[in-house]
Design a protein around this ligand. Structure first.
Ligand SMILES: O=C(O)c1cc(=O)[nH]c(=O)n1[C@@H]1O[C@H](COP(=O)(O)O)[C@@H](O)[C@H]1O
Length: 243
């Protein structure tokens, strides 16, 4: 990849904050080529759908990251409500919520988007959080290397008719082999060599993750915690463009 605009279009910036003005201002400063903005539990619990709509005024597609994990009826209701009020480009559930829950989420997103006359959001499923490693999985009773659990949940997600998954860059090759090229892979746990790891355990650099086959990278603190977030984004785009 040689074009920095194309590189930037693969990046969703995770804006995890309770400060509405900061979030909206940051979204406006990150440039029109940015793939999108991810808003999650911290921001949405503080500001709700009205806050999401405010940040969306910057013009970026919104990844609504609320990681739904509940009984099918409850998740369907949440997805229906969120699709109408937040009009996200993409939203997520936990794959470990199971088949009926994922199918309910898929159908709710489609029917709510149809009713609102908007495009159906991509519905994706989180496999194994990037903050977990093999030992953490074993501690919660899930044995076997993390990659096996990710591939198992990726196959189930695809079989339920969802659009893709969230996984770490380390599982991309195995998931591509199992699920093919068209299944969307959204990849957090991205750490440029110049950034701090923090609570993430399964990490990779932006360039290596794109090289491995990620569709979108989700990057938060390396951008939002930088002295100059726009400069950090430009640096990441240049690294990806060189990949
Ligand atoms: O679904 C997600 O977005 C997600 C899944 C996952 O396995 N790991 C993960 O880090 N995320 C989110 O991706 C973002 C990563 O942020 P940073 O660690 O600051 O780059 C956070 O907002 C997380 O909530």
């Amino acid at each position: 990849m040689t074009d920095t605009s194309a590189a930037l279009s693969r990046v969703f910036c995770a804006i995890d904050t309770t400060d509405l003005d900061h979030a909206a201002g940051l979204a406006g400063r990150l440039g029109p080529s940015l793939g999108g903005v991810k808003l999650g539990l911290e921001f949405v619990n503080a500001h709700g759908p009205a806050g999401v709509r405010k940040v969306a005024e910057a013009g970026h597609p919104i990844f609504l990251d609320l990681k739904y994990h509940d009984i099918p009826n409850t998740v369907a209701g949440a997805v229906r409500a969120a699709t109408g009020t937040c009009q996200p480009f993409m939203l997520n559930v936990h794959a470990s919520g199971g088949r009926a829950m994922m199918e309910a989420a898929r159908d709710a997103a489609a029917s709510a988007a149809h009713a609102a006359g908007i495009a159906k959001p991509l519905v994706i499923a989180v496999t194994v959080l990037t903050s977990l490693d093999d030992a953490d999985l074993t501690a919660v009773g899930q044995y076997g290397p993390t990659v096996s659990q990710v591939v198992r949940l990726a196959r189930l997600t695809q079989d339920c008719g969802l659009d893709g998954i969230v996984c770490s860059a380390r599982e991309i090759t195995a998931v591509r082999a199992a699920c093919g090229r068209d299944f969307k892979l959204i990849v957090p746990g991205i750490r440029p060599s110049w950034s701090e790891t923090g609570d993430q355990k399964r990490i990779m650099t932006p360039a290596d993750a794109i090289r491995a086959g990620a569709d979108y990278l989700v990057i938060g603190r390396p951008i939002t915690g930088a002295a100059d977030p726009a400069e950090a984004v430009a640096r990441i785009a240049a690294e990806i463009a060189d990949a």
